[in-house]
Design a protein around this ligand. Sequence first.
Ligand SMILES: [Zn+2]
Length: 511
Amino acid sequence: MKRAMLHTRDFRWTSISSTLLPRLALAKEKPDSVILGITSTGKANIEKYQHLAKECIETAPKPNDIRLFWNKAGFTRLALIQLGENTNATSVRTAAASAAALLKKNGAKNIAVDDMGHPAAAAIGAALGTYDFSLRRDQLALTQNNSRTEKKDLFGAEPSEPVSFTHLGDETKKDDFHTGLIEACAQNFARSLMECPANYMTSVQFCDIASNVFKDSSKVNVLVHDEKWIDEQRMNGLLSVNAGSVIPPRFLEVRYQGASNADDKWLALVGKGITFDAGGISLKPSANMKEMRADMGGAAVMLSTVFAIEKLQLPINVVFVTALTENLPSGSAQKPGDVIFMRNGLSVEVDNTDAEGRLVLADAIHYVSEMYPTKAVVEASTLTGAMLMALGTVYTGAFVQGEELWSKIDQAAKATDEPFWRMPFHDAYLKPLTKSSAADLCNVSRGTGGGACAAAAFVKCFLANKDDVFAHLDIAGVMNKKVNAWDFDGMSGRPVRALIELARLYAEARL
Ligand SMILES: [Zn+2]
């Protein structure tokens, strides 16, 4: 009854998906601004602009120095950037991000980007470097019965329009530039999903967005499963975490069938979908708790990865699943000491309600590995604070079962500058979790250290076949810190581009 009433009046139920849907930043109009790269040896990538090289070397003497001109070479704004002696994908991504951010700050709307010999990297740098996040009041007004419609963001500032881009350079490289824009668009989509306040980003909203993203695609099926289905599936991990929330859980299943052979095995993607994590009865401290709106970062990066895979029409079958709920304290919330019987039949004692991610992941991992013949199951989650302690904000911790999968992840990481550090899967980490007198497993171990390793060993127990090729990616550390020039000072959307590259490697291996 309580839920039915909320349905009619609560803004949390009204769609904001049009605000958050990914938008490919491909310019249709004539560019007002331009980025041009010049090497330290005085060579312009584009012959037509060679005459500007001397000016660049003189006024921007060090690599990554930028000189901004007004009304020059046919553009309102011209950014000359010094590239150093040699360029590679990383240096071009950095250069494009820095120059595009500067142009945007100076009012650019439509930027022609010199590909600097690395078209995908130039597009990615420019599109990631100009990202920002705002929810516009006029888009939210309808949902809150608010008659005000002025175009201000929630904080009263004028929202900045997104910048768009055109390719400048060797015409035959145009497609690579477009591919780069798609990948950056996917990462920006993940950033927006993670940034979105939790009162708008609920289990229901997340599914609504997924349905809208793929509504015109003939190769994607979006299945939104409700509480009744979740109950029939015996996903008690998800139901138990959801018990403290007035918003019902959802189980989202997105299938992309791109392989020419319908029997091709699936690349299964699993993401943690806790739309807000207060910790439950084991309440978190209030400092920085607002960041826990991004505890659905795993689901956000996986949905965005499927978005890019579909846009790129990769010849591969991919299924993405996520169990979506909030984790809140209330009179009906799960309690420390509760015992849950999981989908695979194992019983779990909930010693700490803030270790809820592994409970919802356990049911999702078991479901997908039981229902689909998979070539690999790859799961991403903002799972443990211990991961941040171990690797800081630079590396994603990768727990991997299967050498071929690890070699692909490593290759994808190096191609995209989204680094992964291999962490250990070892059954010994599970031992302290089996000490419960009430259940097969406890959801936390105390005083043993290695919290990220114990969590990894826990989720691996729920594979339907214990030898399945499997990766658990703990992205808690890389959730929201600025490391590179193309990073945004907020939720990172990492490691979307590495995951797209991983899918591409699997697709190519098949061909
Ligand atoms: Zn938690």
